[in-house]
Design a protein around this ligand. Sequence first.
Ligand SMILES: *Cc1c(COP(=O)(O)O)cnc(C)c1O
Ligand code: SF4
Length: 342
Amino acid sequence: MYYIKYDAVTNYKIKEYTSGCLRVSSRYPVHVSDYYVGLIQNKGDAIWKQCMPDPQELEDFDQSPDPLNETSLSPVPGLIHRYPDRVVLLVSSRCPVYCRFCMRKRLVGSSDFQMDEAGFQDALKYIAANPSIRDVILSGGDPLMLSDETLYRILSRLRSIRHVSFIRIGSRVPVTLPKRITPELCNILGQFHPLYINTHFNHPAEITDDSSKACSMLANAGIPLGNQTVLLRGVNDSAEVMRELMTGLLEIRVKPYYLHQMDLVRGTAHFRTSINTGLEIIRSLRGHISGMAVPHYVIDLPGGKGKVAILPDLVERKGDILLLNTYTGEKVAYRDLTAVRA
Ligand SMILES: *Cc1c(COP(=O)(O)O)cnc(C)c1O
Ligand code: SF4
């Protein structure tokens, strides 16, 4: 699968890139929606870097393709059960754009990985047999690449399991293929509340009239929208870009949820920043912009040990005295009066 649109603006630049593209695309799928390629303004800009294959993807062999051990945490194929009360269901292998930094680079775009009816039945049986599962997260690939009919079928069968209290969908479709968010789709999704969607904006240039409209349609269907951003070197690893992104998201009714430290996934090393970069960004957000706009900065620990949130505020702790950083940079000692003395 290989398709890049020759755009009036980007035509020449994309052609110049193709020999490198072809080598990468024999290993990792390349696909960019017309809409998303149209957001590229210059070779090497933030949109370009996220979607255009880079020969550096082939030079990174140190890391595992599956550092989070998703495969071994899969009691049935396509279902990841890492936390007691929630599971991830990989219902689709396709995406409108194959992001070069994808943490499921090993799977996306591969037809072997598309969940079929038998696989879905097995996953449903597993969920039905485990009453501790309250939260089912549809992921992939992108679940909104499935047809309306398939989505309806999946959602209604999940809803029929009593102990599944709510459903989440992880989707980058509002960002990369906003016209897929149709009134018909919203009408279907709106029948399965409580349903949450976490989308995936990484850069303010992705907040366009089209993506804003897609989010607004989903929000009007009663779906609370969250956002998961991946911290990407050369794309959004600066305080100014993150501030604009996070406040811009609130303006389109999307609540920033997570800022992800890049997973240690093979083929993505050129995107990774240091943890300090992430902490500095959080420091530049907290207190300076609405708390509503500040995501949790998380590291998803290798080996499937789960997500851990890290904060720049706590500097030191001595007994019941905490030394805390304020948003203006002042260090303030705070006594925890109810600390239990050991
Ligand atoms: C991220 C993730 C979840 C959801 O985690 P939350 O912190 O509840 O958003 C669930 N299962 C797996 C395997 C995950 O990677
Ligand atoms: S949309 Fe999500 S799952 Fe698809 S390639 Fe991008 S990051 Fe990966």
